[in-house]
Write a protein that binds this ligand. Structure first.
Ligand code: NAP
Length: 468
């Protein structure tokens, strides 16, 4: 059958990255009525779903149910998964150009932003992203170590990741043991001596990046009291004006929740979780053994920028806070991919509504696309990736209709599979993943948990060899 754009067979698409953005892109592509599409998805890890598996907190199981949608996508006959296959190592751009009409990169944001302050690299100062990957059983971080024998911990930043980290530090062993947290993390957090957790926001309560459901949840922790300093949640003139304008009801609600916390009596729980505002770390203070012993904070005030937003500005008031462990939770950051342009400032692949554009000329790069965090930066929730991927797929379909496509040497699906096997004998198909999934769930059922995760690639591969 001849298709739009002069194609003799299906449009052959490679998607690199199997997180929500990659799966939503696949879903939109496979749903096309006027275009037959076949999708091969590659991931450097043996397991699919990216941040749904390795980012979403273990005590947020409901959010993980979105994988059912991705499972349905994967059951389409025109879909194949090549897990444990790394772009830039096992396959490269030139390889993919030989077998596909279009390539879409949905590799997320695999690194973290830096604070750029003295002491940032002291022992016991960690990117929150690593702690998250560790407790979620990411194979690259299963050997990471976090000193949970300390009592006082600071989490810098007030986004939802900071809230996740603080909440996980305050959960009881009993609560954690009902989740799919990695076994080693369950043990370590179960024995944790952490008693005081501080979340530090550089702006005021009205500008906090966390969402209302997440901050409400912090007030409902059975094992921790939430503490908010009344003076820090009393709105300054500029924030008050913003709230009074009433343009975003969620902001007024957020401020109200925080002010309620400020007035609440403590229940006397084992742990306290203090949420602070209008303070910025200027230095991590060290002990004589090169470890974190504290944070020097400067008090901020807010000012209005030309675009109307309220930004923090330091005052001359400083404060030293004693903490022994720090998680820097100031955002993820995208990582460049071999042979593709990269915007170092924003940590994204430069693009125009999903079409990758050349850094030099700004012109679209034929056949190359992006979706998700590597396209727009690390913002939004999982569902945000659906319209984001739809936008990219619209561009892909338009280009296919206009015949703006790569010219592969072969569109025979067996050829790329042959190449993958040559380069990475142990690639993981979707059926293989289903097997791993089943074993994890079975192990979970035995222990009254949603699943017990494999946390090492070697263990997953030996399980697959065992059943072959
Ligand atoms: P985020 O929402 O962008 O928050 C980053 C935080 O770091 C902000 O509070 C920011 O403050 C602060 N920050 C940045 N630079 C700083 C500096 N130099 N000093 C002090 N503070 C600094 O990022 P995220 O928490 O990593 O989350 C990433 C995305 O995933 C977000 O869209 C989030 O909603 C989403 N997510 C959602 C969930 C959920 O739905 N439960 C869970 C996890 C993540 P400013 O605002 O002042 O810049």
């Amino acid at each position: 059958m001849k298709q739009e754009g002069g194609l003799a067979g299906p449009l052959r698409v490679a998607i690199v990255g199997s997180g929500p953005a990659g799966f939503y892109a696949a879903e939109h592509l496979l749903k096309q009525k006027s275009l037959s599409v076949s999708v091969d998805m590659f991931d450097r890890l043996p397991t699919p779903f990216g941040l749904v598996r390795f980012g979403v907190a273990p005590d947020h199981q409901k959010i993980k149910k979105v994988t059912r949608v991705f499972d349905r996508v994967a059951s389409n006959e025109q879909f194949r998964f090549f897990g444990n296959v790394e772009f830039g190592s096992h396959i490269n751009l030139a390889d993919l150009r030989r077998y596909y009409h279009q390539i879409c990169f949905a590799t997320g944001a695999q690194s973290d932003r830096r604070l750029g302050i003295p002491g940032e690299d002291l022992a016991r100062s960690h990117p929150a992203t690593e702690f998250v990957a560790w407790y979620n059983g990411h194979p690259d971080f299963c050997d990471a170590r976090f000193d949970l024998s300390v009592e006082r911990v600071a989490v810098i930043g007030v986004g939802n990741v900071a809230v996740d980290v603080a909440r996980m530090l305050c959960r009881t062993k009993d609560e954690l043991s009902k989740t799919d947290i990695a076994d080693y993390a369950l043990e370590a957090l179960g024995e944790s001596r952490v008693r005081q957790v501080f979340i530090l926001g550089r702006r005021g309560p009205a500008q906090a990046a966390f969402t209302n459901a997440e901050i409400k949840e912090l007030g409902e922790l059975p094992g921790a009291d939430i503490v908010v300093i009344p003076g820090e949640v009393a709105l300054d003139r500029l924030s008050q004006r913003e709230v009074d304008a009433g343009e975003d009801a969620a902001i007024s609600r957020k401020v109200a929740i925080l002010q309620e916390y400020a007035g609440a009596a403590r229940r006397g729980e084992e742990r306290t979780l203090t949420v602070r505002f209008l303070v910025s770390p200027v230095e991590l203070l060290g002990d004589d053994r090169g470890g974190v012993a504290g944070i020097r904070l400067v008090q901020n005030e807010l000012y209005q920028t030309a675009d109307g937003s309220l930004r923090p500005r330091p005052t001359d008031q400083f404060e030293d806070m004693s903490v022994d462990l720090v998680f820097r939770s100031v955002g993820y950051r995208g990582v460049s991919l071999p042979d593709l342009p990269f915007d170092e400032t924003r940590g994204i692949i430069p693009n125009d509504a999903g079409r990758i554009v050349s850094s030099d000329t700004g012109e679209s790069e034929c056949g190359l696309y992006v979706a998700g965090w590597i396209k727009r930066g690390p913002t939004g929730v999982i569902g945000t990736n659906k319209p984001d991927a739809a936008e990219t797929v619209t561009a892909m379909v338009e280009d296919a209709a206009s015949g703006i496509l790569l010219e592969p040497d072969s569109t025979d699906p067996n050829q790329i599979e042959k190449l993958v096997v040559e380069r990475q004998r142990g690639f993981v198909s979707y059926d293989d993943w289903r097997r791993i999934d089943e074993v994890e769930m079975q192990r979970g059922t035995q222990m009254n948990r949603p699943r017990v995760k494999f946390t090492s690639t070697a263990d997953m591969m030996s399980e697959l060899r065992r059943v072959l």
